[in-house]
Design a protein around this ligand. Structure first.
Ligand code: 6GU
Length: 232
């Protein structure tokens, strides 16, 4: 899978060189390219923002550098809405990103993350991007970050780990929170007793059926307690 990222803070993405995704990059499973939006400006100050039409606080990202960046990434404008990449713009005004979105994106050959800062990106950029590929504005949840970088990182990790081969043991992807619509069950390892806290007896019993039943009950109970919204 190819992933392009456009940002005025490309160094935010240095951490993609470590851990699981770093290894997946090294082995060629993930082709991640980070671009500095300022490289697509032409003025001495490498300006990427300007004041909003209609007035108001803050600055808006100018469309021209975005247009040039998206053209270059979407193979010099030869892409179209049908064949081009999926453009993901992290935004608190977007649809909520979930595990279902991560699975959907993991099936795509090419994702482009456009990270806005300030009060956002000139709205026409989204309309233009829709002529080069599909456009998705995605939010991580109901709170506000300073820009799209941290949100893009979260989405890249959630999607990247679903790409076949990135996670060594694919079975570890199955029994996770949100894969079956429930939160995951609690986990324990040795020692069986630690500082007065004991591992539940059933897990030491060696009875696989009882263990499975206990885990399921735990999943339902903690989902009801912490995330009743998931139970519908
Ligand atoms: Cl995707 N971007 C920003 N700036 N803030 C957010 C967000 C995204 N998701 C939640 N808050």
């Amino acid at each position: 899978m190819r992933i392009d990222v456009v940002s005025i803070f490309p160094s935010f993405f240095d951490v993609l060189e470590v851990s699981l995704l770093g290894r997946a990059r090294g082995s060629g499973l993930l082709d991640i390219r980070v671009h500095d939006l300022r490289d697509f400006t032409h003025d001495r100050h490498r300006t990427v923002d300007d004041t909003p039409y209609g007035g108001g606080a803050g600055m808006v990202m100018k469309p021209e550098p975005w247009g040039e960046a998206l053209d270059e990434i979407a193979s010099g404008g030869s892409a179209d809405a049908g064949t081009g990449p999926v453009f993901v713009f992290p935004s608190p005004a977007g649809e909520v990103f979930t595990q279902a979105t991560a699975r959907e994106f993991a099936d795509e050959p090419h994702l482009v993350f456009g990270c806005g800062r300030y009060e956002g990106i000139d709205e026409r950029v989204f309309a233009y991007a829709a002529t080069l590929g599909r456009v998705r504005l995605m939010s991580l949840g109901d709170y506000v970050l300073n820009g799209g970088e941290v949100a893009a990182m979260a989405m890249i990790e959630a999607v990247g780990r679903l790409v076949p081969g990135v996670v060594g043991n694919p079975e570890s992807l199955v029994e996770e929170s949100h894969e079956d619509g429930l939160l995951e069950y609690p986990s324990y390892t040795k020692p069986a007793s630690w500082r007065g806290y004991d591992v539940p007896d059933v897990l030491l019993s060696g009875h696989h059926g009882k263990v499975a039943e206990w885990r399921r009950t735990q999943q339902v109970e903690r989902t009801r307690e912490r995330r009743p919204d998931l139970l519908g």
